[in-house]
Design a protein. Structure first.
Lengths: 463, 447
């Protein structure tokens, strides 16, 4: 009774429908010798039948799986005896329902099941079973029905190709709107949870408060702080780490782009460029490991030999390694831009007697500046959104400091910390992660829009 | 430089006559500054070369560091112990019932065999040191053997048992013998036992098959990447299944069919922006939409694949559009000219020619998805899962997340496992990128 079996069965039915539709078309034309009387090629009649068999059934299946669980849960909740449910907070109720589900699936419970819960679990299991039978029946029925309908319609004058092509075009339009749906999904989901958060914590406190300590008390009797959500230390921490990263990446990336595109012999260029680009393909978790286990101890040891106190999770280590990660990003973007500067500008400069470096510094770079700035902005947005390096190498303590040797925390680190582990969707702690996510999304989006705009304007200038 | 060449008033004839010193012509000024300018040129050039060298150095250090830390994990220390498979402990009823065999006291068997090897050790504290030389997984090792071959019962066999993590680290040279006993993971007495066994040839390093066949574990010597590899495999195959048709379909529509209007402009800007949105934001989307609204089960390859699909789509769409653009219009015109419909033109003629470019883009997108960690942390693929997943809806973890989890473990033994897992991950990425490069070289046509 699992979904993959149903899918495979549906696939088989679709193949059958193709075959049936095609055969029917050929017969209706009066045999293989007379297929030229058909409006479309026989295979289009097959595709037509296959589409009718597969598409409605698939849509139903998707919809069904989307709502099955919530419908069944609602039914079970309605069935629970009133005295069990009465006076329960929403949190306790959802805990109870989780117990019911766990019991139904034979998992370990948080306590000994009461008879009511046992009954509810049986009810739940029965409903799930029923739902799954109903789904099988409906899906297979729909597929067979669609197939029968399409095959019945088949006659030599049916414009099968046009119908199939319209459907395919429709599917392609649907696919291309997924990009829009993704953005909408991000904005709506993040915005919705953020609004919930801002009902609990004022935006003023969030954006201008300087104390960040999101650990709220889970139970009323617990001794814990109330939880403070001033995100300024996170913003400064993010800026500090990103600034260190850009301090490493921009000079090295830019200079190597200049050297590789203007000076380097062809052989050096064809070797060094791919090797540098290897840095861009390394997963960030690898950089995080490198930062936490290799770079941080080296920096700490070096700092202590100079008599400085260095935190074991210093902003410097995370920033340095993040900078290394971004080098190929800066260099390949700058490389593109520098190569786009027309040769005539170089020739003009050389003709006036300028040396190569003078040409680069006074002609090429000013001409390429908008593109370079756009590339750097993209790199900054990358640095701000980078997660794994800082999760593994930067700390958790929200210090408001500009000292790179101290431990700082960043927006992305806090999102990860707040959302891994136990979650309660109505606690300010979890919602805070979404507010941080919204901030992150908006900032990077703005940077990207500006950067892409600058780069595009620049490209147009020389095309 | 122009401003410097035409210095104020320099070299005009009127002034030259008025002032007695020899005329300073432009060329003299230029010549005088040449040395300085050439030095500047050399400095600039050196800086460029230094930047490239520094970049290459970083690559070298990164790889050298990881390989140096990780290569030892491909070997595992084993201890050679004669084991008597005692019928009374393993199978008192004599029925060879698999359930009895599975639940027998294998750890006791290991301990008994060790005691027989060193009969002079009787003191309890020293016995504990002796037992700790062998991994807690040794019992499981024996259990597996007995379950596979119940005929072993009643016989004595020489078996290479998995050594404990401390012995493993000692043999691989990661524990310094010269530090005082209190600061060392392995005590002096145990050290002496190990040395005796090494002298007897009872300790040996062998290829670590467990690393590739085990799931994760709390004990470094028992931890393997099989679970994470299977999780990555399931997640990536689903991602490919979703993202390739969607990406190619979207690219085809946008490049070939879409009217140029504000809606398609919006889609285009959107795709470019999505390509630059931080990956963690996709994790938030997955958590809020896929898990909380649509009820997709947490921690599964299915929900991971959905998130990764949305993440890789921009890459695939952008690459596919570029591939479509490179197919010359004459192909389309020829197909349309002999009566193909627009869709037939695309599917029969343009798409096959653009396919290598699309596949290259897809492979690069898949490589990104394989290395991605952050969004998967949000959707619960971070759980400690010992079992190897066997389907798309089993709780699973993926290779990069496994690396992240192991990197957090304090044991020395996990450092080398983490590095080894990174080597495996980088190996896969290298393979994928190499395939992409070869595909591009062999099949991409220049028109």
């Amino acid at each position: 009774m699992n979904p993959s079996t149903l899918l495979i069965l549906l696939l088989g039915l679709t193949a059958l429908a193709y075959h049936a539709g095609r055969k029917r078309a050929v017969t209706s034309a009066g045999g293989a010798a007379r297929i030229n009387t058909l409006h479309s090629l026989p295979s289009y009649y097959g595709f037509y039948a296959a589409l009718w068999a597969a598409v409605p059934a698939l849509l139903l299946m998707l919809l069904w799986y989307g709502i099955q669980d919530s419908v069944v849960t609602a039914l079970v909740k309605a069935q629970l005896p009133a005295e069990t449910v009465e006076g329960l907070s929403p949190g306790r109720l959802s805990l109870l329902l989780t117990d019911v589900k766990n019991l139904a699936q034979g998992n370990i419970l948080s306590g000994e099941p009461t008879p009511e819960i046992q009954a509810a679990a049986d009810h739940y299991a029965r409903l799930q079973q029923l739902a799954s039978y109903a789904l099988w029946l409906l899906v297979l029925g729909l597929a067979l029905g669609g197939m029968a309908l399409a095959v019945r319609q088949t006659n030599p004058r049916m414009r099968a190709r046009n119908r199939v092509e319209t459907t395919v075009l429709g599917i392609m339009i649907l696919f291309s709107s997924i990009a829009i749906l993704t953005t909408l999904g991000i904005v709506i989901s993040v915005l919705f949870e953020s609004l919930l958060f801002f009902q609990k914590v004022s935006p003023l406190e969030f954006f201008f408060g300087t104390l960040w300590s999101p650990q709220t008390a889970m139970r009323a009797d617990q001794v814990a702080s109330e939880g403070a959500f001033g995100a300024v230390p996170l913003f400064t921490g993010t800026l500090l780490v990103s600034a260190i990263a850009m301090f490493v990446a921009v000079p090295i990336g830019l200079m190597s782009a200049i050297y590789l595109s203007e000076y380097a012999p062809r052989r050096v260029r064809s070797l060094a460029k791919p090797v540098l680009e290897v840095l861009a393909g390394i997963p960030t978790v690898v950089y995080g490991f490198f930062a936490a286990l290799t770079v941080a101890p080296v920096i700490r040891g070096f700092g202590e030999s100079l008599g400085l106190t260095v935190a074991s999770e210093s902003a410097l280590a995370a920033g340095l390694v993040m900078g290394i990660m971004i080098i190929p990003f800066v260099s390949s973007l700058s490389d593109d831009v520098i190569n786009a500067v027309p040769q005539s500008m170089r020739d003009g400069s050389y003709a006036l007697g300028a040396t190569q470096s003078e040409t680069i510094r006074r002609v090429i770079i000013p001409a390429a500046l908008p593109g370079i700035v756009g590339g750097i902005l993209l790199a900054v947005s990358r640095a701000i959104g980078e997660t794994m390096i800082v999760v593994m190498a930067a700390g958790l303590s929200a210090n408001l400091t500009a000292n790179p040797l101290e431990s700082v925390t960043t927006v992305t680190v806090q999102i990860v910390t707040l959302l891994t582990g136990d979650q309660e969707f109505d606690s300010a702690k979890t919602l805070a992660a979404f507010a941080l996510g919204l901030t992150l999304f908006l900032v990077t989006l703005t940077l990207n829009v500006i950067a892409l705009h600058i780069v595009r304007r620049y490209r147009e200038q020389y095309e | 430089m122009n401003s410097r060449v035409i210095e104020p008033g320099a070299g005009t004839p009127g002034q030259a006559q008025a002032s007695p010193p020899a005329p300073r012509r432009t060329i003299d000024i230029v010549n005088a500054s040449l040395k300085r300018r050439y030095a500047k040129e050399r400095r600039f050039r050196f800086l460029g070369a230094a930047a490239v060298a520094l970049g290459l150095l970083f690559v070298a250090i990164l790889f050298a560091d990881i390989v140096a830390k990780g290569y030892t994990a491909f070997q595992q220390t084993y201890i050679h112990v004669p084991i008597y498979f005692d019928a009374d402990t393993l199978d008192p009823t004599g029925e060879r019932d698999p359930r009895t065999l599975a639940n027998a006291d294998y750890t006791g068997l290991v301990k008994k065999s060790l005691r027989r090897l060193f009969p002079e050790i009787t003191e309890r504290r020293r016995l504990r040191e002796l037992y700790s030389l062998v991994s807690v997984g040794a019992g499981q090792q024996l259990q597996k053997m007995v379950l596979a071959h119940p005929s072993l019962i009643g016989t004595t066999r020489d078996i290479w048992l998995i050594a404990g993590a401390d012995v493993d680290m000692l043999i691989k040279g990661h524990i310094d013998r010269n530090v005082p006993q209190a600061d060392r993971r392995i005590r002096d007495n145990a050290l002496e036992l190990v040395d005796r066994m090494v002298a007897d040839g009872r300790i040996e390093k062998r290829f670590n098959t467990g690393f590739f066949t085990n799931g994760t574990s709390r004990e470094p010597e028992m931890a393997g990447i099989a679970g994470a590899l299977m999780g990555s495999f399931y997640t990536l195959s689903l991602t490919l299944l979703f993202s390739f048709p969607i990406g190619v379909g979207a690219a085809l529509y946008l490049e070939e069919f879409a009217p140029k209007n504000r809606w398609t402009d919006l889609i285009e800007v959107n795709i470019n922006n999505l390509a630059a949105v931080p990956s963690i934001v996709f994790g938030l989307l997955g958590l809020a939409v896929f898990i909380n609204i649509f009820g997709v089960p947490r921690s599964t390859p299915l929900v991971g694949a959905l998130v990764l699909t949305l993440m890789t789509l921009p890459t695939i769409i952008i690459a596919s559009r570029a591939a479509l653009k490179s197919v010359p219009p004459s192909i389309r015109e020829a197909a349309l000219g002999i009566g193909a419909s627009p869709l037939q033109t695309q599917f029969h003629h343009v798409l096959p020619l653009a396919m290598p470019g699309m596949l290259t883009g897809t492979i690069i997108g898949m490589a990104q998805a394989l290395g991605e960690t952050a969004p998967l942390l949000m959707i619960g693929m971070i759980a400690f899962i010992v079992d190897i997943p066997r389907g798309f809806t089993d709780a699973a973890t993926v290779l990069p997340v496994q690396i992240f989890l192991w990197a957090d473990s304090p044991e020395r033994g996990f450092v080398e496992r983490t590095s080894a897992a990174i080597i495996v991950l980088l190996g896969f990425l290298l393979l994928m990128n190499l395939t992409a490069v070869i595909l591009r070289r062999r099949f991409e046509r220049r028109w």
